[in-house]
Design a protein around this ligand. Structure first.
Ligand code: SAM
Length: 250
């Protein structure tokens, strides 16, 4: 039996071209319960109302399906996944995807291991580490069809954390909120340095709340130059900005 929140969710993701089975709806509900339960012991999310989690976390994560042909995508890396967004909703809906989750906080990785175990998922690898360090490993560098990140950092810094994971010809999609024009402008320098360019920017809206969302799609032209990413902590502290802007952006 499904309730009104699940029916609304099914309807809205249907508009993204996704048909959810009852088993997938049950997996979302189990994930919701674990999220709220573990959130009492550790800081996972500020959003806990059930309808809000379904829209602002689950639906929002799945909007990637608007711009990624997941049927023909094999591998995806989610950098700074936190409580599992967008990777866990994507793993529920697209079980053929090989997903790698990377997060710098060990307790969040422990939570995600519990989620993947309870949901019986075999398509997810959870890695504890900083993106800057993991991207130096051969098995992760220049490897993934799609790399994504939601609510991790400004685009100029995020490019350096995420693009090294993308295989040449693959894409990095930054999931962003309302106001992106300044961010986009300041990110252009880092894209050039990292052998990438912006392919498209897709604007979306959350169905009930009406809040704006943006998906910034960057394609990678060739392997990441060996100088990137710089040492752990540097990309966030000193993002790759055009020299005259470097001193003015905090
Ligand atoms: N993507 C999730 C979401 O949309 O709800 C989580 C966002 S949370 C605000 C940011 C996450 O990025 C945190 O879990 C943090 O540990 C992780 N993070 C920040 N810098 C990182 C880095 N350099 N490498 C890996 N993870 C990082």
């Amino acid at each position: 039996m499904t309730d009104i929140i699940q029916q609304q969710f099914s309807l809205q993701v249907g508009k993204l071209g996704i048909q959810l089975s009852n088993q997938q709806l049950a997996q979302f509900e189990t994930y919701y319960c674990l999220l709220v339960e573990w959130n009492e012991k550790m800081n996972l999310t500020g959003i806990t109302d059930r309808d809000a989690v379904y829209e602002k976390h689950f639906f929002d994560s799945l909007t990637l399906a608007e711009v990624v042909p997941f049927d023909t995508t094999k591998s995806l890396a989610d950098i700074g996944s936190g409580a599992g967004f967008p990777s866990i909703p994507l793993a529920i809906v697209f079980p053929h995807l090989q997903i790698t989750i990377i997060d710098a906080l060990a307790k969040r990785i422990r939570f995600l291991e519990e989620v993947t175990s309870q949901l019986g998922m075999t398509n997810i690898t959870c890695l504890h580490g900083r993106a800057e360090d993991v991207a130096r490993k051969r098995e992760h560098r220049d490897q993934y069809d799609v790399v994504t990140a939601r609510a991790v950092a400004r685009l100029a810094a995020l490019n350096e954390l995420c693009l090294p994971f993308v295989r040449p010809g693959g894409v990095f999609i930054a999931m962003k909120g309302t106001d992106i024009s300044t961010e986009l402008d300041e990110a252009r320098y880092s894209l050039t340095k990292l052998n990438a360019k912006i392919l498209d920017v897709k604007q979306l809206m959350l169905p009930t709340e009406g809040a704006d969302r943006h998906l910034i799609i960057c394609s990678k032209k060739g392997p990441t130059p060996s100088t990137y990413p710089r040492k752990s902590g540097i990309p966030l502290k000193t993002p790759l900005l055009k020299p005259e802007k470097a001193n003015t952006i905090k």
